[in-house]
Each structure stands twice: as structure tokens, then as C-alpha cells.
Design a protein around this ligand. Structure first.
Ligand SMILES: [Zn+2]
Ligand SMILES: [Zn+2]
Length: 726
């Protein structure tokens, strides 16, 4: 006989595209699993997978249910609010609940082998040295470890392994003697936070007051502060404020390279536990941060995009630094925006969300202008550094040598002579982005992609930046046999080479994906810059974000002209953000900064609109244009992306979709169009662009398309609120 209240059927979310959940039978020998906990179940013929318990039922519309195989969690790993977030997010991004949840879970928790999360024990001493010395007379190794812990603890037993290979055993022996104890810490709490006693600017003070006023309810605040206006100080004081109420805080940054910097700045100012969370950590370490955030042990987590899903015991706010950054949008799998999910999460849990940027996204600005977001402006610099002067230099008139004009080189020389540092920014790595034949205009392209090959001199080969395939350098033109094959254009490698020829005594420090391959290398380069010696930094996009180089007095921007020919309606927004961000890095207290932009179009209206009016006015006029042209943020966009080896099959498939959409008056459909990279790794890539005045209409149509076109022969997926047409 059934026990009362014991359900028969368990509804389980799985990483499957075809159903929100599957029903399983709860066998007699298992207790009732918690909602939001993991179970092991059978999927298909004989695959065992991890699922998340959603709910229970007394009956199922299916017969012959498979039994739950095992219960992995005694307590839920996701609470009701977490599940609500995933439910709403899955609806929004048009994926199943299981797909959404399994996008969020750390890899450790998705494994069927249910290994416990590797928690670290941190050992510290108890009792006095005298007592320990007396009691450990006959155990010299134990005494040695005790003394080391006394000086350097708390420490993990791994970090004592240089004293004894059985350090973990010895620590336990010390604990038995009541001379040491272990604590489950993930990182060390800062016992004595540092107070620099900053005098807040009037802007900072006003912003902080607003944040504090609205600290305990849902609202979104746009902290719109120019470079050097002290956004971080506002973050820190707000975090301190929340911690007084025992609340936890999640801080998101756009990339791994920025986590140590912000982590350090915050950690030395708060008395609490902090952790970083990003893809560079081991699976175990990531699961550990999840666990500690959920149990409430960690006060502040600094994380990259996927950190948005971290469960917390008592989350008080989410701060998103550089909110305009495209890295917050996941570009494969479930294409979610961490920024938008933060707002959703704040709404569900009723806490504030703070979006910070020197160049807010037009979406966020539009909400601030319309009053949906609170607009907190920081317009003065904390150090009173003047804003840099900007020179537009005609790249064609100035005989560029390896990418830099003579005038630019002279400028660099004089800034270096004054003991300053210089940044040359170029969003293109390698030596040259093209290899061409002067006789027949053959251009080197990738066999598998619709893309030019980039020449890398140190490897002496050609590389496709889309699929990473490598090609040897042809001696003769494959088109006509001519020997006059040469590289065209400049990348960071060539610029750096030209600079080291010109300034042979000055360090040239390169930041790009070829030159910096590990976080350690990245850190070394940063330290070389921060040592303060004159140097030239050459970098790509990697460097445009948040890094603070206080000794920089000149910024040179090379080759941004491609943006003027882009078919992406956001190209000018991105360019304005980039130029404002990199320009903001120039300038010191005693030297007015300078920015040189090398361009073929120095008279382009874009430059004047941006530099004469400033970012905010520029953004407003662009928003007016967007409204007239019926583009986001005034309409809602989705892209249907499809790929296949057979281009005509692909075209046919998407055309069928267009026909299906024809009668829908609320959604306009553009396409089929080739993607920006029309072929990648032998697959042709095409897309449909769906634009609607109402989000509901757009979502309904996509829902219908998903039902209608479920033929698995063509791989296609939906990107809601796309940020690129790539
Ligand atoms: Zn040729
Ligand atoms: Zn390729």
C-alpha cells in the first residue's frame, strides 16, 4: 500500500530540446527527492543522465514510466526563485527549461558520477605555542606543522606538503589533540579592511545616496560615469553598505582578465569572504563557489557571464561592470544575455541591479531616458585630470610605415621621452590581414570558410581566424603562378615589429590572443606596464576594457574604418563605445592626454558627432535615427541562424520559413541572407532577421516556427536580442 503523501510520478527537467520535462516513476525503495535537487534517470535506450526534479504528480499521461535510478541531492541545489528565473528565462530565450538549467549548472554538478564537491579545509592553530610545544615534545613533525600554521595559517594541507607529504594526516592528529581546527573557507576573509578615506566627488556622493535609498527593492540603476569618475568607489561603498545587512553581492565583469583587478580592489576594502568565478577555474573550484555562495559563506562573488546563475543564500544586489560589453551575451548554445537576466533576477527576488559603464549600451540609455532605469551620472573625474585632446589624422597623406604614420611616430617619441607610456590600439591580430597577388589580384582565402587568411610572421604561415586552419605560405600565386605575392594591411604583429625597429630601447608590450596565451602571461605583461617605465603597449579589443594604466599619456587608434562599411545597424554604437573607452585611458594628473585616430576619413560626420557633442548626445541622436528606422531598442529582433553543407538546400529551407511567416502582419522577416561570415568550417551559414514592434508577436511566431520546422536534417537555432550578425 502507498504511504500517504508519497507521490507516484516525478517530473524531471533534462537537457533535451523536445520537452519541458519527462515523467519518471518513484520506486518504493527511494524517498521523495527534493524539488530543485538532482536525480539520475534513464534517457532513451540506455543512457543515464542527470535531471532536476521540478514537481510531483499522482498520475502521468504516459504509461510504463521508467523509475528514478538514484537521488543525488538530499537538499535542493536550486530554490524556488532560482527555478522561477530558469522558467522565465527559458520562455524568453525559447529553449526548454532543461536546456536553460543545464546551461547554468557547473560541469561538476552535471556529472552522473556523483562525487561530492571538493571542499577545501583550511587549518588554523588552537591553544598557545607553550601548550603545543609541551604536548608535542615527542612529535617533532606535528610541532613543525603547528609552528608553520601559527605563523602562516590558515592554510590548506596541500600548502603544507613541502613540510611533510602526510600533512593532511598530521593536521588531523593536531585536531584530535585540540591544537588545530579546520574551517570550510574558500578564501581568506580580510580581517582588517583598509579605509583610504577618499573624499567622494559630489557626483559620487549623490549616486551613492540614490543607491542606498533604493537598496532593498527591485529597481535598475544605470551608473553612467566617464572614465576616471570613480565608479568602482561607488560600487565598493554600496557593497559595504549591503554587507552591514548580511546581504551577499554578485559583481559581473566582462572577461576573466578583469576579475583579479576588481577582486583585489574590493577585497582590501571589505571584511568578508570573496571568491572569483570564471571559466579558467577547475570544475571542482567552480562547484565549490556555487556551494559556498548558496550556503552563505561567501559575501561577494566577482564573476564573468555564466556567474549570473550562481545560487545565493541572501543575494542583495547584482552589479554589472561595463554593462555595454558584448561578452555578456552568450554566442553559442543557449544565447542568453547575463545583463538582461540580472534584471530579471532582480525583479523576481526584489533587489536592485546596478549597471555601470562609461559608455552605456543604447538599450540601457533608452531605458534611463524613458525613466525605466534610474540614471546616475558621474561627469567629473576624481583626480581632476582633463579629458584628452583628440586628433584625427589622415592615414593616407602621412606615408605610413608598418601601419603608423611619421607624424604618429614622432608623437610617440616625444611622449616616451617625457617618461610616459603609449597605447597603440588595433583590432586585428597577426601581421597582415590579407595576402594578395599583384598580377592577377588573387587573394588568399580559407578553403573551409568565407574569409581571408591572415599572415602570421613568427609562424611564417597563413591562418584562418574563423576556424584556425593553417596554410603554408605559397611561393607562387596559385592563380597565375606569379612571384609577386605580398601581404596587405597591418595587424598587431606588424605594428609591434615596426615599433621595435623604431624604438629599439623601449619595451613593446603586445596584448592579443597570439601574444598572450595564459592568465600568467597576461599578468606578467600587466606588471611590466605597471612597473611605470616608458613603454609602448600594442593591443586589440582585449585591452579596451576596464584596465587602468595610470601612466598612459598617448593613445593611438589604428584602422577603425571598417565600421563605416558595416551592414550592422549597431556598428557606429560599438565604434563610439570603443573610441570613447580607449580615449578615456589617456591622460595623467600632470599631462593632458592625447588621442590620435589614424583614419582614411578624418572628415567623416561620425567623428564630429561623437567628439564635438560627446557620447551621451551622440547616443541620443543615434537613438532618434533608430526610432525612425524601426530598429531596437524600439523594436524587437530575433535572428534565425541555419547552417548546412549544401547552400541550395539551406536557401530552400529558409525560404519555406519565409513563406510560413508571410501572413504574419506583426513581424517583418528579412532574408534569407548570408551571415557576415557566409561559410565557416565548410558549412554555409544563412539567416532570417525577424523584427517586430511587440515582443509577444515575435515570440509567438518563433514558437510556431519551432513546431512547424522540426526536421532535424537542417540545424537551425534562434538568437533572441542578437548583438551581431556574424
Ligand atoms: Zn596571381
Ligand atoms: Zn577557415
Amino acid at each position: 500500500m502507498q504511504k500517504p503523501n508519497r507521490p507516484d510520478v516525478v517530473q524531471v527537467a533534462l537537457k533535451i530540446p523536445f520537452a519541458q520535462h519527462l515523467d519518471y516513476q518513484l520506486p518504493e525503495h527511494l524517498s521523495t527527492p527534493p524539488v530543485g535537487g538532482r536525480v539520475l534517470v534513464n534517457l532513451g535506450k540506455n543512457k543515464t543522465v542527470v535531471g532536476i526534479v521540478l514537481s510531483f504528480s499522482d498520475h502521468s499521461s504516459f504509461s510504463k514510466l521508467k523509475p528514478i535510478q538514484a537521488i543525488l541531492d538530499e537538499q535542493a541545489i536550486l530554490n524556488e526563485a532560482d527555478l522561477t528565473l530558469f522558467k522565465q528565462a527559458s520562455k524568453y530565450y525559447q529553449v526548454t527549461l532543461g536546456e536553460m538549467i543545464f546551461t547554468a549548472l557547473p560541469a561538476w554538478l552535471k556529472k552522473t558520477a556523483n562525487k561530492p564537491i571538493p571542499l577545501q579545509k583550511w587549518w588554523r592553530t588552537k591553544s598557545t605555542l607553550e601548550q603545543a610545544t609541551e604536548r608535542l615534545q615527542a612529535a617533532p613533525k606535528q610541532l613543525e606543522i603547528y609552528q608553520y600554521l601559527l605563523l602562516h595559517g590558515p592554510l590548506t594541507s596541500q600548502s603544507l606538503s613541502h613540510i611533510s607529504s602526510s600533512a593532511s594526516q598530521i593536521c588531523k592528529q593536531l585536531a584530535e589533540k585540540n591544537l588545530a581546527q579546520a574551517e570550510e573557507l574558500c578564501l581568506l576573509a580580510n580581517e582588517a579592511p583598509y579605509d583610504p578615506g577618499f573624499q567622494l566627488t559630489a557626483d559620487q556622493d549623490a549616486a551613492l545616496k540614490q543607491l542606498k535609498q533604493a537598496h532593498d527593492k527591485f529597481n535598475v540603476m544605470l551608473l553612467d560615469g566617464i572614465t576616471g569618475s570613480g565608479k568602482t568607489e561607488v560600487y565598493i561603498q554600496f557593497i559595504q553598505n549591503l554587507m552591514l545587512e548580511n546581504k551577499q553581492v554578485l559583481v559581473l565583469v566582462p572577461e576573466i582578465g578583469l576579475t583579479p583587478q576588481l577582486f583585489q580592489e574590493i577585497s582590501q576594502r571589505i571584511k568578508g569572504q570573496m571568491a572569483v568565478l570564471h571559466s579558467g577555474l577547475s570544475d571542482g573550484a567552480r562547484a565549490r563557489v556555487w556551494h559556498h555562495a548558496k550556503t552563505g559563506l561567501i559575501d561577494v562573488v566577482v564573476a564573468t557571464r555564466s556567474g549570473i546563475f550562481t545560487p545565493f543564500k541572501n543575494l542583495g544586489a547584482i552589479l554589472i561592470d561595463e554593462e555595454h560589453d558584448l561578452s555578456y551575451k552568450q554566442q553559442d548554445g543557449t544565447r542568453y544575455s547575463a545583463r538582461d537576466l540580472a534584471v530579471l533576477r532582480g525583479k523576481i527576488n526584489d533587489f536592485p541591479v546596478i549597471l555601470g559603464s562609461a559608455t552605456p549600451s543604447f538599450e540601457s540609455l533608452n531605458h534611463a531616458i524613458g525613466g525605466k532605469y534610474k540614471w546616475l551620472k558621474l561627469r567629473s573625474r576624481t583626480n581632476n585630470n582633463p579629458m584628452p585632446s583628440i586628433t584625427l589624422q589622415n592615414a593616407l597623406n602621412n606615408k605610413p610605415s608598418k601601419g603608423l604614420s611619421l607624424k604618429t611616430l614622432h608623437k610617440i617619441e616625444s611622449h616616451l621621452a617625457n617618461g610616459n607610456q603609449v597605447l597603440v590600439f588595433l583590432n586585428r591580430r597577426g601581421w597582415s590581414p590579407k595576402l594578395i597577388c599583384n598580377e592577377c589580384s588573387w587573394i588568399g582565402t580559407c578553403d573551409d570558410c568565407d574569409a581571408y587568411l591572415t599572415y602570421h610572421k613568427h609562424l611564417n604561415l597563413l591562418k584562418c581566424h574563423h576556424c584556425d586552419r593553417r596554410y603554408t605560405l605559397p611561393e607562387f600565386c596559385p592563380g597565375c603562378g606569379s612571384q609577386h605575392v605580398e601581404t596587405l594591411g597591418v595587424g598587431t604583429e606588424k605594428i609591434a615589429d615596426g615599433l621595435s625597429q623604431h624604438f629599439s630601447d623601449t619595451p613593446i608590450i603586445r596584448f592579443d590572443r597570439d601574444a598572450v596565451k595564459t592568465p600568467k602571461h597576461w599578468q606578467n605583461n600587466l606588471e611590466a606596464v605597471r612597473s611605470g617605465n616608458p613603454c609602448v603597449i600594442v593591443g586589440t579589443q582585449m585591452l579596451s576594457k576596464g584596465h587602468d594604466f595610470p601612466l598612459l599619456s598617448l593613445v593611438v587608434v589604428v584602422n577603425v574604418d571598417n565600421s563605416f562599411f558595416s551592414s550592422d545597424f549597431r556598428a557606429t554604437e560599438y565604434l563610439a563605445q570603443l573610441l570613447t573607452q580607449v580615449s578615456g585611458r589617456a591622460g595623467r594628473a600632470d599631462t593632458k592626454g592625447e588621442v590620435i585616430i589614424q583614419t582614411q576619413f578624418p572628415d567623416h560626420a561620425f567623428f564630429h558627432a561623437l567628439f564635438d557633442q560627446g557620447y551621451e548626445s551622440f547616443a541620443k541622436s543615434q537613438l532618434t535615427e533608430r526610432q525612425e528606422m524601426q530598429f531596437p531598442p524600439y523594436t524587437y529582433l530575433a535572428i534565425i541562424r541555419a547552417q548546412h553543407r549544401d547552400a541550395s538546400l539551406l536557401d530552400h529551407f529558409l525560404n519555406d520559413m519565409v513563406v510560413f511567416c508571410e501572413n504574419n502582419e506583426q513581424v517583418s522577416v528579412l532574408g534569407p541572407l548570408p551571415a557576415l561570415v557566409a561559410k565557416k568550417q565548410k558549412l554555409h551559414r544563412m539567416q532570417l532577421i525577424l523584427n517586430a514592434n511587440q515582443r509577444k508577436a515575435l515570440h509567438l511566431l518563433i514558437y510556431q516556427l519551432k513546431k512547424q520546422f522540426n526536421d532535424k536534417s537542417i540545424q537551425w537555432f534562434v538568437d533572441i536580442d542578437p548583438v551581431s550578425f556574424d
